[in-house]
Write a protein that binds this ligand. Structure first.
Ligand SMILES: Nc1ncnc2c1ncn2[C@@H]1O[C@H](COP(=O)(O)OP(=O)(O)O)[C@@H](O)[C@H]1O
Ligand SMILES: [Mg+2]
Length: 553
C-alpha cells in the first residue's frame, strides 16, 4: 500500500485488497493492513487494542461487517479513541427484518441504531461510505488536533466560500467572525474589493503570493484553530504554484501546527496539484464540502479526546433484593411478561417514580384501595394473557367515585372475557391517576452484539410516526442520559420552546440512567418499555410499563 500512518483493518478480504490499490490513487497512506475475515480467533477488539500502542499508527480505520464481542469492542474503543482516532465504516446498517418484538422499543431498535449508539459512546468516528472513510481517515492522519472552535476560510471565489460556510454549519462547526486586527492583516493580501471577513476572499486576482501571505497570517494567528484553503482555477494562476505556496507557508511557520485542509476546483491541472499536496502530507480534495467535513471531524474528535473517560457509577438507593424477587417470581410461574404492576414496581426498586397501585381480587377490595389511594383512580386488568390492555377494554381512567369503581370493575372483567375468552384474570390494579404531563418513552432491548441498551424519545406521535428516539448501550450515567435528551429533534419541547415552561431534565436523565442500570444488572430483562412516562416541570411519573423476560428453556 501507499505508505502512511493509518492502520486499516478489513473484514472483507476482497474489498481490503482492492482498497490497497485505491490507497495509491487517493494517496491515503497505510501503516499496516489487516484482513480479519470471519474472525476465527482474533477480532476487532484485539487489533484496536494492539494499534492503540503502535507508534507507526496515528489513525485506526475499520471496515466492519459485524463485531463479535460488542461489549469488549466498546470498552477497548473507548480507551483507544482517547489516544488516537478510531474510524469505522459499518456495512449492513439497513433495517433488520421486521422483528417480532411486541414493545415499541423492540420495534425501533434495529442493529443500525445500536451500532450508531455504540460508536458514539466509545468515540468511534462513523464513516458514511468508502470515500468518507478515506477522506476522514486521511485528514485525521495528516493533521494535528484542532484545539478550539475558530476556523477561517481563505478563498479566491465567493461561491465556494459560501458553500463551505454552509458545510460548516451542516457538520457542526459554524464559521466564526474574526477580530478586527486579524481582518486588518488579511486586508494586506487582497485588492481593495476583497473581503477580509470570514470567509477571507482574496478575489479572483489572487496569485500564489497572496495565498502564501494570507495562509501565513492565519497560521500565525492565535485566534485561528483550523484553516480551509479554497482555490478555483483561474486563467492567470497555475494550481501547482498555489499548491507549492501552501506548502511553503506551512513550512516557513514551523510545520502544520493546526489543521490545514485544501480544496481545489477545476480541470486536470488541479488534480495534479491535489495529488502533489497529498504527497506532501497536506490533505486536499476536489470538493469544498469534503474539506470542511474533514475539518469538522478533526474538531469533533479533538473535543472527544480532550474529555476524560468516565465510567458511569451505579445510582444510589436501589432495592436490588426486591427487584430480584419480582423477576424470579415471574420466572418461577413460567411467565415471559411481567404484569404491569410488577413492571412498575420493578422500576420503583431502581428509584424511578411510578403511580401508586394495588391489585384488587374483587370489587370490594377495589373500592377499598381506591379510597386508600384517593380519587381519581385508574383501573387496569392484570392477566398473563393480556399484554395490550386498552385493546381489550382493560383500562378505565379518571374514576371519581365508589360507584364508578364498581362499574369499571364489572366492565373490565366483561370486556376482557369477551375479547380473550379463556383469559386468566389475576385481579384488577387500582392506581393513582397521574396528572397530565408531556409523554415520553424510556425503553430497552437486548442487542445480540452489544447486550442491554437504553432508549429515550418523546411519546405519542413523536415515537409512533417520527421515530424521534435515541439509543445507548447500557449502563450510562446522568451526563450521557442528558446527551440523549438533548440530541432528539423534539428536545425544544423539553427545554421549553415558544413560551412553554422547561420540563425537568434532571429527573428525566436520572430515570433514563436508572433504567439503564436496571437492565444492565438484571440480564433476564430482554425488553422494557416505560410508556407513557409523564414528564412535568418537576419530576415525572411512569403511567404504564411492560417488561419481557428471557424465555426459560
Ligand atoms: N395511572 C395512570 N394515570 C394517568 N393516565 C394513565 C394511567 N394509566 C394509564 N393511563 C393512560 O391510559 C392509557 C392506556 O393505559 P396503558 O396502561 O398504557 O394500557 P395499554 O396496555 O393499552 O398500553 C395510557 O397510555 C395513559 O394515557
Ligand atoms: Mg401503554
Amino acid at each position: 500500500p501507499y505508505e502512511g500512518e493509518i492502520a486499516l483493518i478489513s473484514q472483507s478480504g476482497a474489498l481490503g485488497v482492492a482498497l490497497i490499490g485505491r490507497t495509491w490513487i487517493d494517496k491515503v497512506g497505510l501503516s499496516k493492513f489487516i484482513s480479519i475475515g470471519n474472525m476465527a480467533d482474533l477480532n476487532f477488539s484485539d487489533f484496536v487494542e494492539y494499534f492503540k500502542d503502535d507508534e507507526e499508527t496515528k489513525v485506526i480505520a475499520l471496515y466492519i461487517e459485524g463485531v463479535k464481542d460488542g461489549r469488549k469492542f466498546l470498552e477497548v474503543s473507548s480507551k483507544t479513541s482517547k489516544v488516537k482516532p478510531v474510524i469505522a465504516l459499518k456495512a449492513g446498517l439497513s433495517k433488520r427484518g421486521a422483528s417480532a418484538a411486541m414493545s415499541h422499543t423492540g420495534s425501533l431498535a434495529g442493529s443500525a441504531e445500536v451500532y450508531k449508539a455504540a460508536f458514539k459512546q466509545s468515540g468511534v468516528i462513523m464513516a458514511e461510505d468508502l470515500t468518507d472513510l478515506f477522506v476522514k481517515a486521511n485528514a485525521l492522519a495528516l493533521c494535528p488536533r484542532m484545539v478550539g472552535d475558530n476556523w477561517v476560510i481563505i478563498t479566491n471565489g465567493g461561491g465556494v466560500g459560501v458553500l463551505s460556510t454552509d458545510a460548516g454549519e451542516k457538520y457542526g462547526i459554524p464559521l466564526p467572525d474574526i477580530p478586527e486586527e486579524l481582518k486588518n492583516e488579511f486586508k494586506k493580501c487582497m485588492p481593495e474589493f476583497g473581503s477580509p471577513k470570514n470567509p477571507v476572499d482574496l478575489t479572483g486576482m489572487a496569485t500564489e503570493k497572496e495565498y502564501k501571505e494570507a495562509l501565513k497570517i492565519a497560521l500565525k494567528s492565535d485566534f485561528v484553530h483550523g484553516i480551509i484553503v479554497l482555490y478555483c482555477h483561474t486563467a492567470h494562476t497555475d494550481p501547482m504554484e498555489i499548491a507549492k505556496a501552501i506548502k511553503e507557508a506551512i513550512d516557513e511557520t514551523g510545520g502544520m501546527k493546526k489543521p490545514v485542509i485544501v480544496s481545489f476546483i477545476g480541470g486536470k491541472e488541479v488534480y495534479d496539484a491535489i495529488d502533489w499536496l497529498k504527497e506532501n502530507k497536506i490533505p486536499a480534495y476536489d470538493a469544498p464540502e469534503m474539506a470542511v467535513k474533514a475539518l469538522a471531524t478533526i474538531r469533533h474528535y479533538t473535543k472527544w479526546a480532550e474529555r476524560p473517560l468516565v465510567k458511569p457509577k451505579p445510582p444510589e438507593n436501589i432495592d436490588r433484593k426486591r427487584a430480584r424477587e419480582i423477576i424470579e417470581k415471574a420466572l418461577s410461574e413460567g411467565r415471559e411478561w411481567l404484569f404491569e404492576n410488577e413492571a412498575k414496581e420493578l422500576l420503583a426498586t431502581y428509584g424511578v417514580r411510578v403511580t401508586k397501585m394495588k391489585v384488587a381480587k374483587n370489587e370490594e377490595e377495589a373500592v377499598q384501595y381506591a379510597k386508600e389511594i384517593g380519587f381519581p383512580v385508574v383501573m387496569k386488568i392484570v392477566s398473563p394473557d393480556v399484554i395490550h390492555k386498552s385493546d381489550v377494554g382493560g383500562v378505565k381512567v379518571d374514576l371519581n367515585s365508589e360507584e364508578e369503581v364498581r362499574k369499571a370493575y364489572k366492565e373490565i372483567i366483561e370486556n376482557v372475557k369477551k375479547h380473550v375468552p379463556n383469559a386468566r384474570i389475576e385481579g384488577i390494579s387500582v392506581q393513582e391517576m397521574a396528572p397530565w404531563g408531556t409523554e415520553v418513552i424510556i425503553g430497552s432491548t437486548r442487542d445480540p452484539q452489544f447486550g442491554p441498551t437504553v432508549m429515550f424519545g418523546l411519546g405519542g406521535i413523536f415515537v409512533e410516526i417520527l421515530k424521534d428516539v435515541t439509543f445507548r448501550v447500557a449502563p450510562i450515567g446522568d451526563d450521557q442520559a442528558k446527551e440523549m435528551i438533548e440530541e432528539i429533534k423534539g428536545y425544544p419541547i423539553i427545554a421549553g420552546a415558544r413560551g412553554r415552561r422547561a420540563l425537568d431534565k434532571d429527573a428525566l436523565a436520572d430515570a433514563i440512567a436508572r433504567i439503564s442500570w436496571l437492565v444492565y444488572e438484571n440480564p433476564e430483562i430482554v425488553e422494557l418499555d416505560a410508556n407513557p412516562v409523564f414528564l412535568y416541570e418537576r419530576g415525572l411519573m411512569v403511567a404504564d410499563a411492560r417488561v419481557r423476560l428471557k424465555r426459560q428453556e
